[in-house]
Design a protein around this ligand. Structure first.
Ligand code: ZN
Length: 446
């Protein structure tokens, strides 16, 4: 994920502060301050490192301009509101107005080239009695123009909003793995401390999912039709949905675009203090450049004994996998203490190799949505068994995933498997433009 939007009721806010970075990374500031939410906030001269626009932190004016503007001001935090700046409040930030008494949704935004184009964006907004923090990663598919950010915030109900810098400065950590990383150490960060929440549920279990590898990794089938990193990402989204639906908090080691190191992945898991670490992969044999015979589902943990939590967890998953009729390789569980993510995670950890992408037969299965669904459900059920949590059935969303009629079932399945159609709304009509897309996917228009 490369964009996070955090909406927080003002009544839940303990304090908001502008914290000067002083050469520290976002992670260092978050750790030092112990705040729940943090993002970059405040323009500064890239060459000078000095803040620009209007900025005041804890009674101290950090940046002042001859002109005035609308921005967010507060004394404690939950009293935050849009005001004309500079003002007498203890804290304020004036940046680029997206929605203010001077800038409405229908007004054309005017800005220089340095603010233009699609880029990472960090913004603050107020929607009624809620604070919205918006952060997207630079150079990602969620990079956006200022107009797009303005429109998105307005759709979320924002009445007032300011863009507080972006591009390579965009970064945040909103907790629960909602993190946009940047190596840039910005001049100032916005820190938000939340009031302790009363637990309305028993302490939920936490699982770290680690989609193996990342974009650019060449691991895949010899014929090039399957990439392991894409499979791993897709599986993580499937398993995550099951676990979250069943009340498990899921922490991710990477988003769809990132490629963290193995050590970084362990760091994410260790910092989150999870109950289980699960790394999602597919296997390879030989030199990976030609089809070979080894096949089947296999789990690695670091070492015995069988009674260790990691092996109890692995056995729980294997039980569900066998019940689902998935072919398992040998005994299904092997040990290897050399794997970084097994050796350097503090939680019980396993690597699941969902099959061999160097096996022609396994690859054919691994490429289909149905087999992935089967794998994801078995993985998730096993994890839930280990955590002692019940499986919660999926509720069909508004009839969008109803099955096709019997007479159409086979053709419908083929259309889904081959990616000709998306497998949704089987009984709906098709528009002329949808027909054109289907024909194109069948190669009939080339
Ligand atoms: Zn792998």
């Amino acid at each position: 994920m490369s964009k996070y939007i955090k909406t927080t009721p003002l009544t839940q806010i303990e304090r908001i502060a502008i914290v000067q970075g002083g050469g520290r990374s976002l992670a260092q500031v978050r750790q030092a301050e112990g705040c729940g939410l943090i993002c970059n906030a405040g323009f500064y001269g890239f060459g000078t490192g000095k803040p620009t626009h209007h900025l005041k932190a804890d009674g101290k004016v950090l940046a002042k301009e001859p002109w005035s503007c609308w921005g967010f001001a507060w004394d404690g935090g939950s009293d935050i509101s849009m005001e004309a700046l500079p003002s007498d409040r203890k804290n304020y930030i004036g940046a680029y107005e997206l929605l203010s008494p001077m800038v409405g949704i229908n007004d054309a935004l005017s800005y220089g080239a340095e603010l233009g184009g699609s880029r990472g964006r960090t913004a603050m907004a107020l929607a009624g009695d809620k604070l919205i923090l918006y952060c997207s990663g630079d150079g990602t598919r969620d990079a956006a123009t200022l107009e797009e950010v303005q429109e998105e915030l307005r759709r979320l109900g924002a009445e007032t909003a300011v863009y507080v810098d972006g591009g390579g400065s965009s970064q945040c950590d909103f907790g629960g793995g909602e993190t946009i990383r940047s190596s840039r150490k910005v001049y100032s960060y916005l820190c938000v401390w939340l009031k302790p929440q009363k637990e309305d549920k028993p302490m939920s279990k936490k699982v770290c999912l680690d989609p193996g590898h990342g974009p650019g990794c060449v691991n895949g089938s010899p014929d090039g039709s399957y990439k392991e990193h894409e499979f791993a990402w897709d599986m993580s989204q499937r398993v995550r949905a099951h676990l979250e639906r069943c009340g498990v908090a899921v922490v991710m080691t990477r988003d769809g675009t990132g490629y963290p190191s193995l050590t970084e992945r362990c760091g994410v898991s260790n910092k989150a203090g999870v109950d289980l670490f699960v790394s999602l992969h597919s296997n390879a044999s030989g030199d990976g450049k030609s089809w070979t015979s080894p096949s089947g589902y296999l789990i690695y943990t670091s070492a015995g004994p069988e009674t260790a939590a990691r092996n109890v967890a692995a056995r729980a998953v294997l039980k569900r996998v066998r019940e689902a009729g998935i072919a398992v390789r040998g005994g299904g569980l092997e040990h290897n203490a050399e794997y970084t993510v097994l050796a350097r995670t503090t939680a019980p950890a396993m690597i699941i190799e969902h099959g061999f992408h160097t096996s022609r037969e396994d690859t054919a299965l691994l490429k289909t949505g149905d087999y992935r669904a089967k794998l994801a459900e078995a993985d998730a059920r096993g994890v839930l068994d280990f955590l002692g949590l019940p499986w919660v059935a999926e509720t069909p969303a508004g009839g969008t995933d109803t099955p096709a009629a019997d007479w159409a079932a086979e053709a419908w399945q083929k259309a889904r498997d081959k990616g000709v159609m998306d497998g949704k709304r089987p009984a709906d009509g098709i528009t002329r433009q949808e027909l054109a897309v289907v024909l194109d996917r069948l190669g009939m228009l080339d």
